[in-house]
Design a protein around this ligand. Structure first.
Ligand code: GLP
Length: 265
């Protein structure tokens, strides 16, 4: 795991955006794995600015989101589809026909959405880079604690804790969904590369458990310890409970020195 601890949340967003930008420069037809929630909004803003400055195009790219609520129409402002339109898709040159979420249409059997989504991801050649946030309980996507570490895209019931955490995004009058369809943990683990972003002290415990604790279905993000290419971008608040912080900083410093030497050679 590449654990990078930055001073503030804007640096986290900028470095996350830079990873996506580099991928798209190297591979314009890349398959992006995207996330919702409060954390990636600033990352998307960076991507939009780079696009507006003519430095980044999504023309040939496609995207798969981690999750979508059940029972919320795509046009509803609370749907993750609406979120993606608002924060990213409407402001860049991606072809909306190449953007996917595990949406369940009104006439569709929700049990069939997951397997179809898996086929769609495979048909596009798999995900090149998956962006992840993390829940306070360690969930990734909506894979709540006790999710099978080999799970595939399917329906999940949200925990009461997640419902309470996400309450901030809903008006008092709005009905908050309790079910979602989410990529499974095995689905996420098949992405060629993963970048996990966490900011703020409310994520500090989940980050400690996921990075330094044992791999456990009770902290779903801990499975990332088994992935070959993971970058964890943290602000200092999210990193506050890490026992080995000095070591992670030292590793990054050594990396910088090595790169400098290689490039200077
Ligand atoms: C949400 C999403 C996750 C997200 C997490 C944290 O419920 N399903 O993909 O990473 O919870 O959200 P936030 O960034 O708002 O803290």
């Amino acid at each position: 795991m590449d654990i990078i601890i930055l001073e503030n949340s804007d640096q986290v967003a900028a470095q996350g955006a830079a990873k996506l930008q580099k991928l798209l420069l190297d591979k314009p037809a890349a398959v992006l794995g995207l996330a919702t929630g409060g954390t990636p909004i600033a990352l998307y803003r960076h991507l939009v600015v780079e696009h507006q400055n003519g430095k980044l195009s999504f023309r040939d790219a496609s995207s798969f989101n981690l999750d979508e609520y059940i029972g919320v129409r795509p046009t509803d402002p609370q749907s993750y589809r609406s979120y993606m339109q608002r924060h990213l898709f409407e402001q860049i040159d991606i072809d909306v026909a190449n953007t996917f979420l595990p949406e369940c249409a009104a006439d569709e059997n929700p049990l069939e959405v997951g397997p179809k989504y898996e086929q769609l991801i495979a048909a596009r050649g798999g995900i090149d880079l998956q962006v992840l946030g993390i829940g306070q309980n360690g969930h990734i996507g909506f894979n709540e604690p006790s999710s099978s570490l080999r799970s595939r895209t399917r329906i999940k019931t949200l925990t009461r804790e997640t419902i309470a955490d996400n309450r901030q995004y809903f008006d008092a009058t709005e009905v908050q969904p309790q079910l979602a369809i989410t990529m499974g943990i095995a689905t996420i683990m098949e992405a060629r590369e993963v970048v996990l972003l966490a900011t703020g002290s409310s994520k500090a415990a989940a980050i400690r458990q996921s990075i330094e604790g044992p791999v456990s279905a009770m902290w779903p993000a801990s499975i990332l310890q088994m992935h070959e290419r993971v970058t964890v971008l943290l602000d200092s608040d999210a990193a506050a409970e890490l026992a080995n912080r000095d070591y992670y900083d030292w590793v990054q410093e050594q990396k910088r020195l090595l790169l400098h030497e290689i490039e200077g050679a």
